[in-house]
Each structure stands twice: as C-alpha cells, then as structure tokens.
Write a protein that binds this ligand. Structure first.
Ligand code: UDX
Length: 453
C-alpha cells in the first residue's frame, strides 16, 4: 500500500519505518527541511534500539522516503497517518493546533478514496473535528477518518510495533476497517487481536490504558511509602500480589515516579476531558499528586539522612538522567526534578547517563548546568562524591555490582530510586543503601530510629 506519514517525530518515524519494512511504500512528511535532509542522508534524530537497521533497509530498498512536500505524498496515498505532536496546552488539555492545521489542508489534496488515520494521542471527539475539517474541501465519500492509537514504549518501540499485543482501530466504516485490517495483518500473525470499535471508544482506549498503568505504578509507590513506615519490603509485596493473574506481574515496580512524554500528559488530559464533561475523575487527581511528590522523595530521604536541608559543600554522583532506560528522552524525567532540588539545596552534581546527557543539558535549568559536571563514564561519576543517587535503571548500572562500590567510593552511600541492588549484598559489602519501599541498609541506629518515628 502507499502510505503517507505526516510528522516524523517519535511515533511517525517508528510507524513509517516499520510499515516500510513490512513491504509498503511509505513517504514521511515533515515541515522541518533540515530534519528531512538529515533523514534522507540516513541520520536518525532519536535513539531507539533496532530502528536503525530497519530504517537503513527501508532507505536502501527504496520503500521509505522523506519529503517536505505534503501535496505529492497525500495525493498518492491510500492511507494518511497523522503523527503530529499534541503537547499539553496551558489548561491541561492536549493542544490540537498541529493536527487541525494539517486536517484543514488534507481535503484539497485527496484524490482517490483515502483513509486518514489519527495516530497522535488526541482527546475524545478529535476524529469528528478532523472529519469536519477535511470535509470542507472534499466530498465525504472520498475519505474516512480512523482512530488508531499507538501503544509503543520508548526503548522497545520497534518490537512493540512489529509484534503488538493488540491493534485498536476506531471507525464505523467497513471500507476503512478492511483497509486497516489488511495493513496490520502481517503484524499480528501470532494471533494477537485487531480490535475494531467505534472511533470515540478507540480514542478513549489510549487514555484509559495509560491512566490505568500510571495508576498501577502510583499505587505501588504508595505501598512502598507505607513499607518504609512499617518496615516491610515492597519487593516481597510485588511478588506476593503479582502472582495473582488478576493483578499481573508487570508494572508493579516502585520507584521515583513515572515520567516520559505520555503518562504525565495523558493522565492530565483524561482528567481534563472528564472535568469538561462534568465528571470529577478523583483517582487521577491523587495519582498526579502522589507522582509529583514521589519524584523528589529521594531528596527527602537525603535530607533525613544528613539531617539538613543544606547540601552546600557536598557533591553527589547521579547515575541516569533519562526518564527510563534505553532512551535519551528526558521529558518529565525524575532526574530533572531531583537535580533542581539538590542544586537548590547547594549541592554540586557529577552526572552520568549512557545516552541522555545532551538532551538533559538542553532541558535543565541554568542553575543545574552551573553546578553539574557531566562525565562520560559511570565510574567517573563516583569520583570523590559524598553519595550516589540512582535515577534510571540502565542495565550497565547493575554490572559493577554493589560489592564493588566500597572500593570505588570515598563514602559508600547510595540513594537508589530504582531498587537496583540486593539488600543482603549491600549489607555484606558494608554499603549504606537507601532504596524505595525497602529497609534502609547500614544506616546508623540513631537515623533508623528517627526514620521510624
Ligand atoms: C508508555 C506506555 O507504556 C505506552 O504504551 C504508551 O503508548 C506511551 O507511554 P513509555 O512512556 O515509553 O510508554 O514508558 P513506559 O515503559 O511505559 O514507562 C513509563 C514510566 O513508568 C517510566 O517513567 C517508568 O520508569 C515508570 N515505571 C514503569 C515505573 O515506575 N514502574 C513500573 O513498574 C513501570
């Protein structure tokens, strides 16, 4: 099939590349000429495992094209995917200006029957608005607007796209449903379902999925907070409840809060949609509040440990800046908030991340930049520090296991926001180890007492 993908951001690029790899002819369109030139030259602007191989193959074999010329791409296409940014607007609602702008132009470009697919995460009812906008310039019989939310995880997007657990297609049109089903069939050979439903339900499905997952994580973070108060271990509780298939094993890891470009934005957006429709989505109110405080909970533990809110004269190593491993994305990353809080309290930082130093530097505050030295080796971030703060669970951080820290660090004190290490090993290695929802290890008796008060 001929496919046009409008927008070469994260979703557009992954979708376009994967559709090309399954034999379609894909033209990706972007208004940013510099980006298009880069892509044509084979340069991928994002870090995503596995993408490069598929991307180079698509370019080499002539199935993947990049252009700024939307007219040609759309007029040749059987399917047009809208993969445009929907950032949070000032009021918590997704900002649809990019989507509506393109929708306004599409009508005059469509020639034969075309399926227009909304892949961006958009509020319920956006499909109707896009349909109206397109229909201003072309007959309604010549197109259908379909909702087809993406459920890609950053860092695993190619796998998620190639082997989706489900594909959701929102449309009332049999013709559009058939075209979309044909397109996705190669991706669900393993028997996973393509679920066709009405457009509004499909739009809401995406928000419901992300809000449910954010709630699941937040629930575990609250259990972890209680564990710290009562001397229980959240790892044991995770195992104890995750074996119940109604709960499931995944997404039960307590930590320093969820981040990224999706969960925070989508939770806020569905909360807003509910409010607009006269419904107070109370549970999500709590989820947002708990997540805010969870992001800096590690700083509170450091204050308790050092018995001061003034960290002047102290230097902390920071391992991990991205919001999660296997990505350079720092949007809503806990590390951004933690770095702000620590430097606000006078600390200096020695920070390392395998991929995200560049993106972090662009996003963080001048104060953090002034007080942080970035290093390109994880060991260098241990040099002469007062303690190590772990913000992201990159696999390489598991490697020099906790046993080695005592030799590498001036003072082996670790504040771990991701529960990377085994408590017994930390105890034996003589490391002061304070993690999330688990007993603090090798903390002087006096401090333990205060913690439990
Ligand atoms: C998410 C959804 O998983 C995906 O389906 C959707 O389309 C986009 O949003 P992503 O943002 O890439 O994907 O990240 P994900 O792996 O889901 O993690 C989100 C956040 O939750 C991260 O900050 C992660 O650290 C945190 N998390 C995840 C936990 O704190 N505990 C867990 O058990 C799982």
């Amino acid at each position: 099939m001929n496919i046009a993908v409008i927008g070469t951001g994260y979703v557009g690029l992954v979708s376009g590349t994967c559709f090309a790899d399954s034999g379609n002819d894909v033209t990706c369109v972007d208004i940013d000429k510099k980006k298009v030139d880069q892509l044509r030259d084979g340069e991928i602007p994002i870090y995503e495992p596995g993408l490069e191989t598929l991307f180079s193959r698509g370019l080499r074999e002539g199935r993947l094209h990049f252009t700024t010329d939307m007219d040609r791409a759309v007029s040749n296409a059987d399917i047009v995917f809208l993969c445009l940014p929907t950032p949070p607007g000032g009021d918590g609602q997704a900002d649809l200006s990019a989507v509506m702008q393109v929708a306004g132009e599409l009508g005059s470009l469509i020639e034969d029957y075309t399926v227009i697919v909304n892949k961006s995460t958009v509020p319920v009812g956006t499909g109707d608005r896009v349909e109206e906008a397109v229909a201003e310039n072309v007959d309604r019989e010549r197109f259908d607007v379909v909702s087809n939310p993406e459920f890609l995880r950053e860092g695993a997007a190619v796998d998620d796209f190639m082997y989706p657990e489900r594909v959701v297609i929102g449309t009332d049109s049999d013709r559009a449903a058939e075209i979309m089903t044909t397109l996705y069939e190669p991706f669900v050979r393993s028997g996973n379902p393509i679920i066709v439903m009405d457009r509004r339900s499909s739009e809401l499905t995406k928000y419901a999925a992300n809000a449910m997952l954010a709630t699941k994580i937040t629930f575990m973070n609250e259990i972890a907070n209680i564990c710290e108060k009562v001397g229980a271990n959240v790892d044991n509780i995770r195992r104890g409840i995750g074996t119940d298939s109604r709960i499931g094993k995944r997404f039960l890891f307590a930590g320093i809060g969820y981040g990224g470009s999706c969960f925070p934005k989508d939770v806020q957006a569905i909360h807003y949609t509910a409010a607009q429709n006269g419904y107070d989505f109370k549970i999500l109110d709590s989820v947002m509040k708990v997540n805010e405080s969870q992001k800096i909970s590690i700083v509170k533990k450091m204050e308790e440990y050092y018995e001061t809110t003034d960290f002047s004269g102290m230097t902390f190593g920071v391992w991990g800046l991205s919001f999660k491993p296997e990505t350079d994305d720092i949007r809503e990353a806990p590390a951004l908030y933690i770095a702000d809080e620590l430097t606000e309290r006078g600390a200096k930082l020695l920070a390392y991340d395998p991929e995200a130093i560049g993106t972090f530097k662009q996003a963080t505050s001048p104060k953090v930049l002034d007080n942080t030295t970035f290093v390109h080796d994880q060991k260098a971030a241990l040099d002469n520090i007062d303690a190590l703060v772990i913000c992201t669970e990159w696999n390489e951080f598991r490697r020099p296991t906790v046993d080695n820290f005592a030799d590498e660090m001036k003072q082996p004190i670790i504040f771990d926001g991701r529960n990377l290490y085994d408590l017994e090993r930390a105890r034996k290695a003589g490391i002061t180890y304070i993690s999330v929802g688990r007993p603090a290890i090798n903390v002087p008796e006096r401090k333990k007492l205060e913690n439990s008060l």
